[in-house]
Write a protein that binds this ligand. Structure first.
Ligand code: HEM
Ligand code: NAG
Ligand code: NAG
Ligand code: NAG
Ligand code: NAG
Length: 257
């Protein structure tokens, strides 16, 4: 059985995440600037955010493992090595078009059913047109399920995306994509990748105090591929690692949908 990239993330419970250095980044150098016409971007909001803030090269080109490790530590305070498996997957699948087998351009990740799959939260399907850029219509349905636009500022409970709500929104999106797209590819990559990527955005935008992801942060992350500094986000003091991703993945999979 071939284990897809995000299947690995969904099944991870314990991994050897080494303690990382604290990165004290210069905030001006990391201001948000959306991609220009000649910049390379991917179907992955998590990577695009880092390029839009200069944690990855703003060009989105010629990215190696060391650059990726520094980026996830600086932008999100992940233990630098905790997502090596994801980067390595792109290398192992030989998606690189850079001329150097150890590096990737972000657009190298667009290949269907390598890592990219149908039923994404914010992208359309392979056979339905543009399958790698942010799609406001697709995301609009998911955002509604997540209650992103309902957040009442005076209602504390309304400010967060919980694991339960996220898991249900994901399942609903996949069911709707399957109904809409006669050529929906329910590959193993898709089946495991879908809950895996839901766990990944929750972990990445996790608010430890709330035990959930602030709606305002989730919106900025997907809709503008922006770190939600304006909405109060700071790279958390508590380092994120494969254990947290594993725990959240398990919780996503445990929700009855
Ligand atoms: C901190 C690091 C990362 C974060 C936070 C992140 C987050 C995400 C999220 C939330 C999605 C789902 C998008 C959607 O459903 O609309 C996604 C999709 C994707 N990610 Fe990442 N990711 C990260 C690292 C990576 C790495 C290292 C790779 C490969 C080198 C990668 C490749 C992809 C691809 C190809 C997709 C598209 C899957 C699909 O079709 O939905 N990601 N990522
Ligand atoms: C776009 O990027 C490519 C690859 O780095 C480069 O060769 C080309 O000159 C760039 N074009 C423009 C208009 O900047
Ligand atoms: C390919 O990229 C790796 C990682 O950045 C680097 O160490 C190596 O020198 C590069 N190889 C060539 C031939 O440029
Ligand atoms: C997937 O999206 C890309 C980018 O818009 C597009 O060029 C390609 O034709 C799409 N694939 C299919 C099969 O529609
Ligand atoms: C669907 O996924 C399978 C299994 O991963 C893959 O081999 C196949 O090429 C995909 N089909 C289409 C139409 O892309």
């Amino acid at each position: 059985m071939k284990l897809s990239l995000f299947a690995q993330s969904a099944l991870l419970t314990v991994a050897a995440a080494l303690p990382g250095r604290w990165h004290d980044h210069d905030h001006e150098r990391h201001e948000w600037r959306p991609a220009g016409p000649n910049d390379s971007r991917s179907p992955c909001p998590g990577l695009n955010v880092m390029a839009n803030h200069g944690y990855l090269p703003r060009s989105g080109r010629d990215i190696d493992l060391a650059t990726f490790r520094n980026a996830i530590a600086g932008a999100y305070n992940y233990a630098p090595k905790s997502l090596d498996f994801a980067f390595q997957k792109a290398i192992d699948l030989k998606l690189s078009t850079t001329g150097n087998a150890s590096t990737i351009h972000l657009s190298d990740l667009n290949v269907h059913d390598a890592i990219e799959f149908d039923g994404s939260l914010s992208r359309s399907d392979y056979n339905l047109g543009d399958n790698h850029s942010f799609d406001p219509e697709v995301w609009g349905g998911v955002a509604e399920s997540l209650g992103l636009y309902d957040a009442a500022p005076d209602n504390e409970d309304d400010l967060y995306v919980t694991i339960e709500v996220a898991a249900k929104a994901r399942a609903k999106r996949v069911a709707e994509a399957m109904a809409l797209n006669p050529r929906f590819n329910a590959s193993e990559n898709q089946m495991m990748g879908s809950p895996g990527t839901t766990a990944l955005y929750l972990t990445t935008m996790w608010d430890y105090d709330a035990g959930a992801a602030p709606k305002a942060w989730v919106r900025a992350f997907f809709e503008e591929e922006r770190l939600p500094f304006l909405e109060g986000y700071r790279a958390p003091k508590t380092q994120k690692d494969a254990n947290l991703l594993g725990a959240i993945s398990k919780a996503v999979l445990a929700v009855k949908v």
